[in-house]
Design a protein around this ligand. Sequence first.
Ligand SMILES: Cc1ncc(COP(=O)(O)O)c(C=O)c1O
Length: 397
Amino acid sequence: MAHLPSPPAATGHRVSPSPGSSPSLPQRKAALPSIGVAAAAPSRSWRGAAAVARAATGSDKAAAARTTVNPNDVPVLSFSEVAERLDTFQTSGARNQNYMAMYSSIFGGITKDPSAMVIPIDDHMVHRGHGVFDTAAIMDGHLYELEQHLDRFLRSAWMGKIPLPFDRSTIRSILIQTVSASKCTQGSLRYWLSVGPGDFQLSSSGCANPALYAVVIESPSIQAPAGCKVVTSSIPIKSPQFAVMKSVNYLPNALTKVEGEENGAFTGIWLDDEGFVAEGSNMNVGFVTKNKELLMPRFDKILSGCTAKRVLTLAEQLVEDGRLSGIISRDVSVKEGKTSSEMMLIGSGILVKPVVQWDDKIIGSGQEGPIAQALYDLILEDMRSGPPSVRIPVPYS
Ligand SMILES: Cc1ncc(COP(=O)(O)O)c(C=O)c1O
């Protein structure tokens, strides 16, 4: 949402590279689109390392230098022409999710028009990463664990020295109203606090209007968990000061996920500075020990996951019925993790997902474990019929 690709124009002129030139920067399309033509649905091919390597070669730079620049190639557009092109982009199918409503404190209201769901380019969250975010699931017309996510959101804003544009209850009310306006009963609510727009400096001292943004995304209900593979991430973990804060600086997280996928895995797992198990790219990690204890790394150097904390509470039922012998949070060595009876990923996007292989090591029986399944069932039931402390009904008008 932060920035938009080349807008559509049926009659756009082309900036032609000189004959014999080769493609330079990694592209989402096989052929370079006209500067004034909308990008088609993105392809994944640009991700290839070869394309990245090509972008840095001298021959590409030479080709770029031979490009003929026609000052009239890029159209200069009025506000209404921009709006029209944003609409064309929206209807081109380039987005593969349903954005049902967006709130922005910049325009002080909610829009249900996805074309208008944009934020200012001079917002320091865009160009400096000076913003924080959080998410809450929408299940059967209820917001799940909104208070818990809001607590973390405001804590992250405080750690990130982001002044609040509104007090907590107003932020809460805006978020609920955004879901209400969206009419979405199944999906997720994502929201951001930013030091706001103002300039392109590094300091936020010129940003007079800290901003709140929120978007509602419709999505089908969560699928039953399938066992997955994970790999140890080679991307450096964030230092504890930044790992405990949910800031928009998610490049290490994104690269850990991409690295996992490049290695045929669901995601990557980080180890901390002492070599203990930390967390996944955007989820926490849990284990079942040989002694049937539910074991999780402490939250002091990683993000304190709302789902993981709720799982720790719900798991007490499994201790009561004897399926678990106890619940502990402490350092977990890689050896202990890889030889555990069960391993699982835990987060609001996946709930509880069993891990059946970590690097080359098969975990437990190599099948989805019974405790991961039981914890998934418990959290799903909590989302559907848990207490008011975790389920806020959305007052749809
Ligand atoms: C780095 C990281 N760890 C853990 C989590 C899991 O947190 P939650 O259960 O609140 O979604 C997330 C998800 O946002 C995350 O980004």
